[in-house]
Write a protein that binds this ligand. Structure first.
Ligand code: KIV
Ligand code: ZN
Length: 527
């Protein structure tokens, strides 16, 4: 059996479409917001990872969202992913999505409308008949402008199943090409998923002309299990996010579903287009951008996911890794020989290593990253792949920064008040600050504030270690707020105080960009 889809053409029934919503549902979760440049980097990484559809945002939500959807839409050609924008079932939302995705080679309009009795009564204040009429109106409007339209039944998994069949039938008749049934509140069990999708697929006329999609939240820790149950019932699109980020407890994690499909191909007999070797670096890129690492025991991408602690396990793995490993660490991008380069390594070897880690950097970025690598190799006994990734991720996107940290000294000790001196370059002009503080980081931040006066408040300060050992690099995240605008900055260095200063300066640069971006883009035919 095969489906003829407007964006994918003839799709054989063994192919799973990976719809990544890291940039929409993922970005919606507290602390995970990204700026335009970060979203573009993430979109590029997701494309290289092999995601088929990128939900780039919710175009009507804010001028910033509109701009990101539009910029991501412009970025990809026909060989790139389908670019989707979310809309509620009203004209203004749909027209904003149409406008924002217009530059895409393969645009998708995604429409969501609640179908559970609870949501219809309390939230929408609409009757079932009104909801059915709204599905027809909204999907038809989108189809007048786009060939690829996805319709989602919000709270679909808690909806009356007979009514859900009518909704899906109505959406298909109005021209929807993908039907998504979200488990919006993460309430379902795998058996519920199987029942919902098998009923829809068997009962709704023309169900075989569309792709069914699952979108599961993880409130009961069942998002991946539910997704796999949906797939076994005939779903061919999976909505998921890197590291499982998303509203509340998050969404199904892309890396987990992709590896379940691959590792249990014997049972599932399905395949995605995910280049699994790129999984780890995509996960790490998201952690670097957002400043939140996954927990150590996170499946696939957690630090301990392939670590064997017990003697019995270690012995087994040494004899034959398959005794305790159901997939190889290399298959998801972990490298066994992660000791890479030393202080005598040259630029060509460095560039080569970057390439094998999946980084394609321009000459200027290479020069800056190479300087920092040499500096790191001087200070750190061994330089691991993770160190190089942290360093490059820290460097990328800084080329156009208006504020640069060019020097700093900190004096601290027991019984003395720490003092910091910081030298910045602000729009090419040197600016110096000197201050004391309650600790070395506080003194450093006060000195930065003196060199570049501003009114923001510090909202979050977090330190993580990139690798083990006392000479490990620290990766610092700083969140600041100014007039309701929140921005996160990251910095990495073997010296935690330098990493902190870099993170603070990074956040200030992002704040400057945010200050400039105030004008909303035009939205035509708004309701
Ligand atoms: O969880 C949900 O219901 C959603 C929809 C917008 C698809 O995210
Ligand atoms: Zn969701």
């Amino acid at each position: 059996m095969s489906i003829d889809h407007p964006s994918f053409g003839k799709l054989d029934s063994g192919r799973i479409i990976i719809f990544d919503t890291t940039l929409r549902d993922g970005e919606q979760s507290p602390g995970f917001s990204m700026n335009l440049e970060e979203k573009l980097r993430m979109a590029e990484a997701l494309h290289e990872l092999g995601a088929d559809v990128l939900e780039a945002g919710f175009a009507i939500a804010s001028p910033g969202d509109f701009e990101s959807v539009q910029s991501i839409a412009k970025r990809f050609s026909k060989d790139g992913p389908v670019v989707a924008s979310l809309s509620r079932a009203n004209t203004a939302d749909i027209m904003a999505s149409i406008e924002a995705t217009k530059p895409a080679a393969r645009p998708r309009i995604h429409i969501v409308l609640a179908t559970s009795d609870l949501h219809m009564r309390v939230k929408l204040r609409m009757t079932r008949e009104e909801v059915l009429a709204r599905i027809t109106e909204s999907v038809s409007l989108a189809r007048n402008h786009a060939a690829d339209v996805e319709w989602s039944a919000e709270d679909g998994s808690r909806s009356d199943l007979d009514f859900l069949c009518r909704c899906v039938d109505t959406a298909i008749k109005a021209g929807a090409t993908t039907i998504n049934i979200p488990d919006t509140v993460g309430y379902s069990l795998p058996a519920d998923m199987a029942l919902i999708f098998s009923t829809l697929i068997n009962k709704v006329p023309d169900a075989d002309k569309v792709i069914f999609s699952a979108h599961n939240h993880n409130d009961l820790g069942l998002a991946v299990a539910n997704t796999l149950a949906a797939v076994q019932a005939g779903v061919r699109q999976i909505e998921c996010t890197i590291n499982g980020i998303g509203e509340r407890a998050g969404n199904a994690s892309l890396e987990e579903v992709a590896m379940a499909l691959r590792t249990r191909h014997d049972v599932l007999k399905l395949r995605s287009g995910i280049e699994t070797k790129r999984i780890l670096r995509t996960s790490k890129l998201l952690a670097t951008i957002t400043g939140f690492d996954v927990q150590p025991n996170k499946a696939i991408v957690g630090r301990n996911a392939f670590a064997h602690e017990s003697g019995i396990h270690q012995d087994g793995v040494l004899k034959d890794a398959s005794t305790y490993e159901i997939m190889t660490p290399e298959s998801v991008g972990w490298t066994t020989n992660s000791l890479v380069l030393g202080k005598h390594s040259g630029r060509a070897a460095f560039r080569d290593r970057l390439k094998s880690l999946g980084y394609e950097v321009g000459d200027n970025q290479l020069n800056d990253a190479f300087k920092r690598f040499k500096d790191l190799a001087d200070r750190k006994k061994v330089v691991y792949d993770e160190d190089i990734a942290a360093l490059v991720d820290d460097e990328v996107g800084r080329a156009n920064e208006r504020i640069r940290l060019t020097g700093m000294t900190v004096a601290t000790g027991m019984g003395t008040r720490p003092m910091a001196t910081v030298v910045l370059e602000v729009d090419g002009e040197p600016a110096e600050g000197m201050s004391g503080g309650d600790g070395a980081v506080d003194a450093t931040f006060n000195a930065i504030r003196q060199a570049f006066p501003h009114d923001s408040n510090l909202k979050l300060y977090a330190v993580q270690s990139v690798t083990g050992g006392t000479d490990a690099q620290a990766r610092v995240t700083v969140r600041i707020e100014e007039g309701g605008k929140l921005v996160d900055g990251q910095g990495a260095d073997t010296d935690t105080i330098v990493a902190s200063a870099r993170a603070y300066v990074h956040a200030l640069n992002k704040l400057l960009v945010k200050r400039q971006r105030t004008e909303p883009p035009a939205v035509s035919a708004a309701e």
